[in-house]
Design a protein around this ligand. Structure first.
Ligand code: ZN
Ligand code: ZN
Length: 341
């Protein structure tokens, strides 16, 4: 059977072409992909920053939803027609991290959709252990947000956000916005710091307090609104040095700072402030299975405004336009590709 697949060919180019689909191997499930979101990581790949890692035969895509088409030998518990999302992590099963139960940060972790073929194709074979079932009330469109939402759920869980705590999210892109939504659902009083006016406007519409650090002294503003205390929990989602400066400057005594962003260079961190205020800093990478379960439950409970975040849906053969629009449109948040149907 032939299917449509989109291959990244380097230098912002994709080939959308027909290929033969392969039957799922033992332990695999074949998914008819419904929607696939375009992630910030996919944008990095598109811009050529990851060519050495992914090559020029790569099918991208890991923020997806779909329906089980068939199952390979030895797979139990899944059947044709099951509505699912995939947790796109493939671990080695025998390294110091795996042996301590931290498979999501396996030392030999393969990220499906970067290190192996992803979801921007009509039929996709994945290991059965990566599947999570969708409840009836969750649409396949909204379910394409579950992967980035699971990132946010992991971040907020690691931070142990408590009801009534002052939370600062530095960076209001799709992940920052989802972190803000999850932190608010956990009871946090959330402020978003962001420099893009369109994103600030969206954050305001969603009911968050906002700060534009290009216009005001953001740390002073946070101290002001917390009675000189500072933020109890700070999520660094900006990936730039001014964000790292703000995260310590705005931190309360014994604040928790969660490092979410992937920084291109090693940032300078104010360790004086860490010592002085007994700040704790946590790294938080991807997600564990329970974060997926939590993300699915949040979507089902209506805690996430999917309509506000999904700004664009296009068919797979418009993949080039979708990526181009994401890099040029300041209003863009989350773009989805419709892969089937
Ligand atoms: Zn992603
Ligand atoms: Zn491992």
């Amino acid at each position: 059977m032939t299917i449509t697949a989109a291959f990244y060919r380097g230098d912002k180019k994709f080939d959308v072409t027909q290929i033969d689909s392969e039957a799922p191997s033992a332990g695999q499930v074949q998914i008819e992909v419904a929607y696939c979101g375009i992630c910030g990581t996919d944008l990095h790949a598109y811009l050529g920053h990851m060519d050495a890692r992914i090559g020029f035969e790569r099918i991208l895509g890991h923020e997806m939803s779909g329906v089980v088409k068939s199952v390979g030998e030895g797979v139990e518990g899944w059947a044709e027609g099951d509505r699912i999302v995939v947790r796109p992590l493939d671990h080695c099963g025998d390294c110091p991290a795996c042996n301590r139960g931290h498979q999501h940060i396996c030392h030999n972790l393969k990220f499906i959709g970067l290190d192996s073929q992803g979801a921007m194709q009509q039929l996709w074979n994945v290991p059965a252990h990566t599947l999570h079932r969708l409840p009836d009330g969750v649409s396949l469109r909204d379910a394409a947000l579950i992967e980035p939402l699971a990132v946010a759920s992991h971040d907020v869980r690691m931070a142990e956000v408590q009801p009534g705590e002052d939370v600062l999210v530095i960076g209001g892109g799709p992940i920052g916005m989802l972190v803000a939504m999850v932190a608010r659902a956990a009871g946090g009083k959330v402020t978003i710091s962001e420099i893009n006016e369109n994103r600030l406007a969206l954050a305001s519409r969603l009911g968050f307090d906002t700060i534009n650090p290009r216009q005001v002294d953001a740390a002073a503003e946070i101290l002001n609104k917390t009675g000189d205390k500072g933020a109890d929990v700070i999520f660094e989602v900006s990936g730039v040095q001014p964000g790292v400066d703000l995260m310590t400057a705005a931190a309360a005594t014994r604040a928790r700072i969660v490092m979410v962003a992937i920084h291109a260079t090693k940032p300078q961190v104010d360790l004086f402030r860490f010592f002085w205020r007994e700040i704790r800093m946590l790294g938080a990478r991807v997600y564990e299975p329970q974060d997926y379960d939590q993300a699915i439950a949040s979507i089902a409970a209506g805690e996430i405004d999917a309509d506000a975040l999904i700004t664009d849906i296009r068919p797979l053969d418009e993949i080039a336009e979708a990526f181009a629009a994401l890099t040029s449109n300041p209003n863009a948040m989350k773009s989805l590709l419709q892969i089937n149907g």
